[in-house]
Design a binder for this molecule. Structure first.
Ligand SMILES: C[S@@+](CC[C@H](N)C(=O)[O-])C[C@H]1O[C@@H](n2cnc3c(N)ncnc32)[C@H](O)[C@@H]1O
Length: 324
């Protein structure tokens, strides 16, 4: 059921054609790799989905809506909810799938609301969303008029969540691929807009990440970057010695001037800081669809300005920049 044939056909007729030299093999490797231990189980879960398509789709609202409740019988509805719940944990959303409200760990719609009026209009654009999770923002990007949206996401469960939703649609130019940014062909320089949100601080080499984002953009294309920052204006970078908010894979958290310098040195100009917002326990929280620990468990119970390890609590910036 996961088949990228139509995407490959489209790519072959576009400026992204050079990507096809490596992409199909990489995808085949991922879809047969033993490293995704539960892959077969997830594929069986996708095979349980009712085989219907809908055109009742709304992508310009907080709950990305695919299908209306009345399109399914009562028993199909219950069965669908059970099936979707098997893809727990649902982190990025929310979604409304045939009236089933998937309340995800993150209010990803809030991040979208913070950036949507500050970016170049997406109408007619070819867009890449790096580290797109379940693909929530890919749907919003498509809803904002993009010609084609491609998300890349190495965590296979999230790729499966995307497919569980896309399954009900037909002919939409939106795809999520099990890929990392590093897997992308060099010198593509073909996307009009590239989003990298919530990924930079997970990278051991932040400069490598920024250079590679630049390499995906056509000259004049726009980067939308969202990442953790520390408060301050003196050109500092915080590197946690151990965990940060219980995460083992947080490496570099710059202050804003440093982040701007990083962007300049990786080939961007027209750099704008369009938002700085602390993450709250309303925006990132445990829900019925994400039952593991969440932000409230990662903060100091006596001081919400600190993480449980005593570091500055999460503060996030959104920047836009143009590839020179
Ligand atoms: C914090 S989530 C952010 C999801 C989404 N972009 C958002 O802003 O809500 C970071 C995502 O980046 C993915 N990721 C980590 N390293 C990556 C890489 N090298 N290339 C692409 N994605 C990566 C992770 O699997 C994870 O789903």
């Amino acid at each position: 059921m996961i088949n990228y044939k139509h995407l490959y056909e489209r790519l072959s007729e576009s400026s992204l054609a050079p990507w096809l030299e490596t992409l199909p093999d990489k995808i085949n490797n991922e879809l047969t790799s033993k490293k995704h231990g539960r892959l077969n189980e997830w594929l069986e879960i996708l095979a349980e989905l009712p085989k219907i398509k809908t055109t009742d789709i709304a992508l310009d609202q907080s709950f990305v809506k695919i299908g209306a409740q009345e399109e399914l019988s009562h028993s199909q509805h219950n069965q669908l909810e059970n099936t979707l719940r098997k893809l727990h944990p649902w982190r990025k959303g929310p979604f409304d799938i045939f009236g089933i409200h998937i309340e995800t760990e993150w209010h990803s719609d809030w991040k979208w609301d913070r950036l949507k009026d500050h970016i170049q209009p997406l109408t007619g654009r070819q867009v890449l969303d790096v580290g797109c999770g379940s693909g929530y923002h890919c749907w919003r990007i498509l809803g904002a008029g993009a010609k084609q949206v491609i998300g890349i996401e190495p965590t296979m469960l999230y790729v499966m969540q995307f497919h569980a939703i896309k399954h009900f649609t037909d002919n939409l130019l939106i795809d999520v691929l099990p890929q990392t940014l590093e897997d992308m062909t060099n010198n593509l320089q073909a996307f009009d807009s590239v989003f990298s949100m919530g990924v930079l601080y997970h990278r051991r080499s932040p400069m490598g990440h920024l250079f590679k984002l630049h390499d995906c953009l056509r000259p004049g294309g726009e980067l939308i970057l969202e990442t953790l920052i520390i408060d301050g204006n003196v050109g500092k970078v915080f590197m946690p010695e151990g965990r940060y908010a219980k995460m083992r894979n947080v490496w570099f958290i710059p202050d804003t001037p440093t982040l701007i310098t990083w962007l300049k040195r990786s080939g961007f100009d027209e750099i704008k800081v369009v938002d700085i917002t602390p993450t709250t326990t309303e925006e990132q929280r445990q829900t019925d669809w994400m039952e593991f620990e969440s932000l409230a468990d990662f903060l100091d119970p006596h001081d919400p300005n600190k993480t449980i390890e005593g570091h500055p609590a999460p503060l996030r910036a959104i920047l836009t920049a143009t590839a020179v």
